[in-house]
Write a protein that binds this ligand. Sequence first.
Ligand code: ADP
Ligand code: UDP
Length: 238
Amino acid sequence: MTTPAYKRVLLKLSGEALMGDDPYGINRATIERMVADVSEVAKLGVELAIVIGGGNIFRGVAPGAQGMDRATADYMGMLATVMNSLALADAMRQIGMTARVMSAIGIEQVVEPYVRPKALQYLEEGKIVIFAAGTGNPFFTTDTAAALRGSEIGAEIVLKATKVDGVYSADPNKDPTATRYSTISFDEAISKHLQVMDATAFALCRDQRLPIKVFSIVKPGALKSVVMGEDEGTLVHV
Ligand SMILES: Nc1ncnc2c1ncn2[C@@H]1O[C@H](COP(=O)(O)OP(=O)(O)O)[C@@H](O)[C@H]1O
Ligand SMILES: O=c1ccn([C@@H]2O[C@H](COP(=O)(O)OP(=O)(O)O)[C@@H](O)[C@H]2O)c(=O)[nH]1
């Protein structure tokens, strides 16, 4: 079967995963592989909006940010997501895809501002929309930005592509005995304090009845498999 399970999705790409095996920054081979995965899905006719994190860049400046005012550090994190968004859109351009970057904070000389009707128009035209600068507010995360923008554009699901292949009973990087859920409810994920996404993102998706699929960004073919509705990763549902 070649019919995708969704018409419009919000894909959250891990910023930290962009560094590949490097200590920080953007690893070329990694971004090219991510873009190839996205391209494969776009060719199926799925409308794709993307939110990318900033952890890969922020990690490089973190030692200098010690003791920094939280809001200032968060604005730096948001600017890091703008850099990643530009790199992602350019990597897409290089393989013939059309992407538009829209920023939640005003930096008009660099990228256009987020305007919801314009974003919807781009999606209807088959362009990839990349939402940069998170929610535009400190004290939030790009996961919450994914939940927010996903709700705004009427996405059917938020796809969280991350370093782990699903939601576990505990952080699998710290607890080797942790087991993976194939499905879990928002209420259970929140009450068990599962840290794979922050509670704000979970709560927003729950209230909007917007399901989340958590899956591996490194497993080849995982994104396509998720979009085809196959059993991959963990579904977080109402
Ligand atoms: N219960 C859990 N299930 C899965 N991953 C978890 C869990 N608790 C914590 N994690 C950690 O959450 C990380 C993913 O969240 P985050 O750091 O926000 O990544 P991203 O870069 O994708 O935004 C995983 O790499 C994993 O180490
Ligand atoms: O709405 C937002 C989104 C992001 N950030 C900042 O940007 C950083 C990078 O985003 P995130 O950690 O979510 O990226 P990822 O984990 O995917 O690399 C965060 O740590 C925050 O400091 C923020 O302040 N508000």
